[in-house]
Ligand binder design. Structure first.
Ligand SMILES: CC(C)(COP(=O)(O)OP(=O)(O)OC[C@H]1O[C@@H](n2cnc3c(N)ncnc32)[C@H](O)[C@@H]1OP(=O)(O)O)[C@@H](O)C(=O)NCCC(=O)NCCS
Length: 155
């Protein structure tokens, strides 16, 4: 079984915009935390977020609904790992679930001084679904790294 993490929170007014929907930044925060836990569980070392590919918000999540973040390791590379996050809303009255966002994040493991990247250890996918996500992660990584070189002004 691949390393996973799940966070469930009720959306409260303090996390909402004037329409009563959860703020995008709050969703990103929860995604980052859930994915960091899944990454840490794989390598058992401190991790930092290296990149977030992109994030769509397909449906609003209302105050009083649950936000559920499901994060799982897709692939371990050398010092980095791709974690996939799936965001759901749940209506507590009806139990209706909606898939509201998906995201792919890259985490890098650091040494004990929290300075240099260190190897994360192998992850061997077991199920058909895990193998599919493992293969797709390599394709995304090559797009991510080549795209980053083209568009990033950061040296
Ligand atoms: C992420 C970080 C550790 C990478 O350090 P670096 O010196 O560039 O390291 P390297 O060039 O040796 O790359 C290390 C790994 O990170 C990956 N990586 C680096 N930049 C990346 C990016 N923008 N997207 C995806 N992966 C990236 C590399 O592909 C490599 O992976 P691999 O070993 O599995 O092949 C460093 O840039 C950093 O500390 N960034 C700040 C992280 C942070 O503070 N995050 C919180 C949000 S601000």
């Amino acid at each position: 079984m691949e390393p996973k993490a799940e966070i469930t929170e009720i959306v409260l007014p303090n996390d909402a915009n004037i329409l009563g929907n959860i703020l995008g930044g709050k969703v990103m925060h929860l995604i980052d935390i859930a994915c960091a836990i899944a990454a840490f569980r794989h390598c058992r070392k401190p991790v930092v977020t290296a990149s977030i590919d992109f994030l769509d918000f397909k449906h609003p999540i209302k105050v009083g609904e649950l936000i559920i973040i499901k994060a799982s390791l897709n692939r371990a590379f050398n010092t980095s790992m791709e974690i996939g996050a799936r965001v759901l809303s749940e209506n507590l009255y009806t139990g209706e679930l909606k898939h509201t966002s998906s995201a792919y994040l890259t985490f890098v493991a650091l040494d004990e001084n929290k300075e240099k990247p260190v190897p994360v250890g192998e992850y061997v996918p077991q199920t058909g679904n895990d193998i599919r996500r493992w293969k797709q992660a390599e394709v995304r990584r090559s797009h991510r790294l080549s795209g980053h070189k083209k568009v990033s002004g950061i040296k």
